[in-house]
Design a protein around this ligand. Structure first.
Ligand SMILES: C[S@@+](CC[C@H](N)C(=O)[O-])C[C@H]1O[C@@H](n2cnc3c(N)ncnc32)[C@H](O)[C@@H]1O
Length: 314
C-alpha cells in the first residue's frame, strides 16, 4: 500500500521493482541472442540474493503450475522481451541525443539502470541520476565493490520525485540554459496523476530548445477495470498454486503499488507545450526489434506508449 511520503529500501515496496527490472535484464543478457547486454544487472541480484524480484527473470516453473496455467511461461518470456525492447529504446534515445551534441542527461527514477556504466558516453557528458537515496546508495556501493567505473561524469541526486527536486538538481551542477536529454522509464504507474503533471512542468522549466525527452507512458488499457481484474485473478490463481507446490517462491503484487488514476496523454502534454512528439506503441516497438509476443499472450504485455520529443525553438 502507498502513501504520499513513502520511502523504501531496494528490497522493499517500489524499490524491489528496480530489482525486478534488473532480473529481466539479467535474463535477457544471458539468453542466446540478447537484444541488450547489461552485465551489471546480475551484480545487483547477486548482492541481494533471491526474492520476489526473481520472478521477473522468467525462471523454470514447477510442472503442476505449467499444467494449470499453460500460457504462463510464454507470458513470462514476453515480459523479459518487453523489458529488453524498452531498455533498447532508451539506450538508443541517449545515443541519439549525445550524437546530436547534448552533454547533459537526466535519468528520472534511475533505479538500477546502469547506463552511466554501460553506454559509450562522449567525453564531457554528465549523467544525473535521480531516485530515492537508499536506492542510489545501494547501486553506487554495489558497483564500487564490484570495481566498476562509470563512463561519464555520473552525479547521483537523491530526491523524491513527488517533491520539489529541481533545486537539488541545479545544486548538483545541472545547467538549465544548455540542452539536455531526459528519460522516464518504468516510472509513471508509481506516480499519482497530479505528480506526473508536476514532473513534466518541472522538466519544462529546466529545458531549452533542442532538449529531448523520452517517456514510457501508460497506454489506454491501463485503467481498464476488466483487464485489471483478469490480471489480478490470474496472478491470484498462480500465487495459490505456487504456495502449495513451491512455497519458497513469491509472486509479485506490483499492481498494488500503482496509481490507477486518469492522466493526460503524455504525447499530448508535450505537444501542447511546444515539443515535436513521436509515439511508438509497445507492440510496434517489439515488432520492430523482432520480439513480437506469442499470439496467446499478446494482451498480457503492457500496452504502453514510448514517447520521444524534442523541444522546438522559440
Ligand atoms: C520499476 S523501477 C524502474 C527503474 C529504472 N528506471 C529502470 O527502468 O530500470 C521504478 C523506480 O522508480 C523509482 N521511483 C518511483 N517513485 C519515485 C519517487 N516518487 N521518487 C523517486 N524515485 C521513485 C523507484 O525507486 C525505482 O527505482
Amino acid at each position: 500500500m502507498r502513501s504520499d511520503n513513502d520511502s523504501w529500501e531496494i528490497t522493499e515496496s517500489v524499490g524491489a521493482t528496480a530489482l525486478g527490472v534488473a532480473a529481466a535484464r539479467a535474463a535477457e543478457t544471458r539468453s542466446p541472442t540478447p537484444l541488450i547486454r547489461d552485465p551489471f544487472a546480475q551484480v545487483f541480484l547477486d548482492a541481494v540474493g533471491d526474492g520476489v524480484w526473481s520472478w521477473h527473470s522468467a525462471p523454470q516453473l514447477p510442472p503442476e503450475l505449467v499444467e494449470a496455467e499453460p500460457e504462463l511461461p510464454l507470458q513470462m518470456q514476453a515480459m523479459v522481451d518487453y523489458m529488453a525492447c524498452r531498455t533498447a529504446f532508451f539506450d538508443q534515445f541517449f545515443l541519439d541525443a549525445t550524437g546530436a551534441g547534448i552533454r547533459q542527461a537526466v535519468i528520472l527514477a534511475a533505479g538500477l539502470d546502469a547506463r552511466s556504466w554501460r553506454l559509450p558516453w562522449p567525453d564531457g557528458t554528465t549523467v544525473y541520476e535521480l531516485d530515492q537515496s537508499r536506492v542510489l546508495e545501494f547501486k553506487a556501493s554495489t558497483l564500487a565493490e564490484h570495481g566498476a567505473q562509470p563512463g561519464c561524469d555520473r552525479v547521483a541526486v537523491a530526491v523524491d520525485l513527488r517533491h520539489d527536486w529541481p533545486a537539488a538538481l541545479r545544486q548538483a551542477g545541472f545547467d538549465p540554459s544548455a540542452p539536455s536529454a531526459w528519460s522516464a522509464e518504468g516510472l509513471m504507474p508509481y506516480l499519482p496523476a497530479a505528480a506526473q503533471d508536476l514532473l513534466f512542468e518541472r522538466v519544462q522549466g529546466l529545458t531549452v530548445a533542442g532538449s529531448r525527452v523520452a517517456v514510457e507512458a501508460l497506454g489506454r488499457n491501463f485503467l481498464d477495470p476488466g483487464a485489471r481484474e483478469k490480471r489480478r485473478a490470474r496472478m491470484d490463481r498462480v500465487r495459490a498454486l505456487l504456495a502449495e507446490v513451491d512455497p519458497r517462491r513469491e509472486v509479485p503484487r506490483t499492481d498494488e503499488l500503482w496509481y490507477f488514476e486518469e492522466r493526460e496523454d503524455v504525447g499530448d502534454w508535450f505537444g501542447r507545450h511546444g515539443w515535436r512528439v513521436t509515439v511508438t506503441p509497445s507492440d510496434e516497438l517489439m515488432a520492430g526489434y523482432g520480439r513480437r509476443p506469442a499470439r496467446e499472450v499478446e494482451d498480457r504485455v503492457p500496452g504502453n506508449l514510448f514517447v520521444a520529443a524534442e523541444r522546438a525553438a522559440g
